[in-house]
Design a protein around this ligand. Structure first.
Ligand SMILES: Cc1ncc(COP(=O)(O)O)c(C=O)c1O
Length: 439
């Protein structure tokens, strides 16, 4: 690191020398020590896909919804909300009333529309810059009020969780989550890690449609996790980026959080409307913290507002108006719930279609996990070598960990995809057999 090798005094001396020995101020270069940051794995996949001119190319990297032609979708509920807010005076910052409406309606999605915790004044909630911004705000808040704390993240998790807590200077630990041999949950290991973490630790949990594995605990397992959190006094922070995508039903997808609520936990929750409203570009989300009483909630909210103010001022208004209109107009909201169900159903049928196609091709491998896993992603079990072969030979792109974004599968490409997966896995299987028989 340049800064480490070059203490500030040397740096300033060199700079003075450089400026005085040069007639041109521009001779001093401020940014020589800045090296390119490592590429985000998902951005890299999209770039490779876009650079490939082959008409058969498939992008299975992006975690956003696509229609059966592989195109981004603008939901009808969003178009209706656009029409309703057309002409709104949203050039000035938004009134506190509209912002609180968004928070209140977001909380109803998570805790249930009739939940009395929403009206009893114990929530500190603010609008956030989508799910990423909500997580980052919480990470900053955690650092400010528990400076010695760390965060436990599932292994694996959305890669940006690591970046977010790293940049907030909160040390990261992981807890075991996924079992590659069953392609399901490693529940015993998860519980061990929860038990063995120091008392009163912060844990990040995906309440539904876990990214990248598509593996969620069952209701019973959530009950046990919640119980153990109580015993250890851990703090649950839920990152809810895909509500609706696991089951097609918002209440079912919120079951984990509601179990924790019933058990009397205080809860943090990040919500995103990027995927379930298809509003990726608008960056609308919500961060909420359930507190012990109203006084605490007032303190927490004011601190969250202060952190946000120093980071980005206030969030954009247009997306806020769209989301609060969808959530508070009963006709538009029921349209949204129907459209959400249709998106979830299309993904489910893609799972069945991919699994059926692989089985019909006579693949000797077990593909049950494709339909057992839920939500946007399938953690296929493909190795990095097989992923590379898919890109090189078949123009099919996904992240190196073998994560398939199921929304990228269409009725037009599923046979081609299954055939390609069958070929790269059979080839690896044959190689394995050859290796085994040569002994
Ligand atoms: C688990 C998880 N959390 C949060 C996010 C952030 O979503 P956004 O900031 O786009 O709302 C994502 C996006 O991929 C995610 O997968």
């Amino acid at each position: 690191m340049y800064w480490k090798k070059c203490p500030a005094s040397t740096f300033i001396r060199r700079r003075r020398r450089s400026i005085s020995s040069s007639t041109r101020a521009s001779a001093w270069s401020w940014w020589d020590h800045v090296r390119p940051a490592s590429k985000d794995p998902i951005v890299g996949v999209t770039e490779a896909f876009l650079a490939d001119p082959n008409p058969k190319r498939i992008n299975l990297g992006v975690g956003a919804y696509r229609d059966d032609e592989g195109k981004p979708v603008v939901l009808q509920c969003v178009r209706d909300a656009e029409a309703k807010i057309a002409g709104s005076e949203f050039l000035e910052s938004i009134s506190a009333a509209i912002s609180s409406k968004l928070v209140e309606e977001s909380l109803k999605l998570v805790y249930g529309k009739d939940s009395n915790v929403i009206t009893d004044g114990r929530f500190a909630g603010i609008q956030a810059l989508s799910g990423t911004g909500a997580c980052r705000l919480f990470a900053e808040f955690q650092k400010r009020f528990y400076p010695e704390s760390q965060i436990y993240l599932p292994d694996p998790t959305w890669s940006n969780h690591h970046n977010i807590w790293r940049d907030a200077h909160v040390p990261r630990r992981t807890f075991r989550y996924y079992n590659p041999s069953t392609k399901g949950l490693n529940f015993a290991a998860l519980m061990d890690d929860v038990k063995n973490a120091p008392d009163s630790s912060f844990f990040l949990l995906h309440p539904c449609a876990h990214n990248p594995t598509g593996v969620d605990p069952t209701k019973e397992q959530w009950r046990e996790i919640s119980h153990q959190f109580k015993v250890k006094n851990h703090f649950p922070f839920f990152d809810m980026a895909y509500q609706g995508f696991a089951s097609g039903d918002f209440d079912i997808d919120a079951k984990a959080i509601r179990i924790f609520l019933e058990d009397g936990h205080l809860i943090g929750c990040a919500q995103s409307f990027a995927k379930n409203m298809g509003l990726y570009g608008h960056r609308v989300g919500c961060l909420s913290v359930l507190c012990s009483d109203h006084k605490q909630a007032v303190g927490v909210k004011s601190q969250l507002q202060q952190i946000a103010r120093a980071m980005y001022g206030s969030p954009p208004v247009h997306g806020l108006l769209l989301v609060s209109t969808i959530l508070s107009d009963s006709d538009i909201k029921s349209l949204w719930l129907r459209e959400m169900k249709a998106m979830a159903n299309r993904i489910k049928s893609n799972r069945s279609a991919l699994r059926d196609s692989l089985e019909n091709l006579g693949s000797p491998l077990n593909w049950e996990h494709i339909t057992n896993q839920v939500g946007m992603f399938c953690f296929s079990g493909l190795t990095p070598d097989q992923v590379n072969q898919l890109a090189r030979k078949f123009h099919i792109y996904m992240t190196q960990d073998g994560r398939i974004s199921m929304a990228g599968v269409t009725s037009g490409n599923v046979s081609y995809l299954a055939n390609a997966i069958n070929q790269v896995t059979n080839y690896s299987q044959e190689n394995l057999n050859l290796c085994n028989t040569s002994f």
